[in-house]
Ligand binder design. Structure first.
Ligand SMILES: Cc1cc2nc3c(=O)[nH]c(=O)nc-3n(C[C@H](O)[C@H](O)[C@H](O)COP(=O)(O)O)c2cc1C
Length: 216
């Protein structure tokens, strides 16, 4: 039997890896803009669009990325060529196993259905299996839920996830940067999620950093 080799050097790539899951909550634009903003910062990037996520995106943005490997290229063009998409029905993806390391996993937007399945450990598709893996490996999981009002069950599930170390970032943009468009609101949420995923976006608004703004 050959002896195993240990301690080989890390691969040359220096960028962290990222998985982005887009599910069927309203706010598909958050998922698309987050993927776009993440492109220069992560490599590899993986993506999964749930069936309902695709339906809602079709309704809200008029585009269906499909489930093929180039789904994100369909949304964002060739600049997203390094993003590999997977069908939610397959388990043949690196991040379906803890043996493959994904530095951050973001579900944006995250439906209450997906959130509750993750909280309950129901890993019956690639989105929930990926989240289950992140939880067991104690890695970074960020959920961006969108629902209102919240039921007691939603709140219980969110508390359970928070206690497991999950970062919950409701798609709830602030207004102190004086947004002038929907895109301004979306960007504020996306930038905050990027920071949680380990990136400092250079052009993100930061309270107190504009010397022309004065509030007494
Ligand atoms: C137009 C539309 C908007 C929806 N918005 C939300 C929402 O904001 N939040 C939510 O939790 N579910 C929302 N849903 C319901 C989810 O799509 C539904 O629960 C679905 O089963 C979630 O599946 P998924 O988590 O696998 O994507 C919406 C559905 C539709 C058709």
């Amino acid at each position: 039997m050959n002896s195993a080799s240990y301690g080989s050097p890390p691969p040359a790539t220096q960028k962290p890896s990222l998985l982005v899951c887009v599910t069927g909550a309203s706010g598909s634009i958050y998922g698309v803009r987050f993927l776009e903003a993440a492109l220069p910062h992560f490599d590899p990037i993986y993506a999964v669009f749930s069936a309902r996520g695709r339906e809602v995106m079709q309704h809200e943005l008029g585009v269906d990325p499909g489930t093929g490997g180039n789904a994100v290229v369909k949304l964002l063009g060739e600049k997203a060529a390094h993003v590999k998409a997977f069908s939610p029905r397959t388990m043949n993806a690196p991040f379906a196993s803890g043996s493959a390391v994904c530095d951050a996993t973001v579900v944006i937007p995250c439906s209450m259905g997906t959130l509750s399945r993750i909280a309950a450990g129901v890993s019956d598709d690639l989105v929930t299996r990926a989240a289950d893996v992140v939880l067991k490996e104690r890695r970074k999981l960020i959920l961006v839920p969108r629902e209102t009002p919240l039921s007691t069950l939603h709140l219980r599930n969110m508390l359970a996830l928070s206690e497991m170390g999950v970062t919950l970032m409701p798609a709830s943009p602030p207004y102190y940067h004086r947004p002038e468009s929907v895109e301004d609101l979306v960007k504020m949420v996306v930038d905050r999620v990027l920071v949680q995923a380990g990136v400092k976006p250079g052009d993100a608004y930061r309270w107190g950093s504009d010397p022309t703004e004065e509030i007494e």
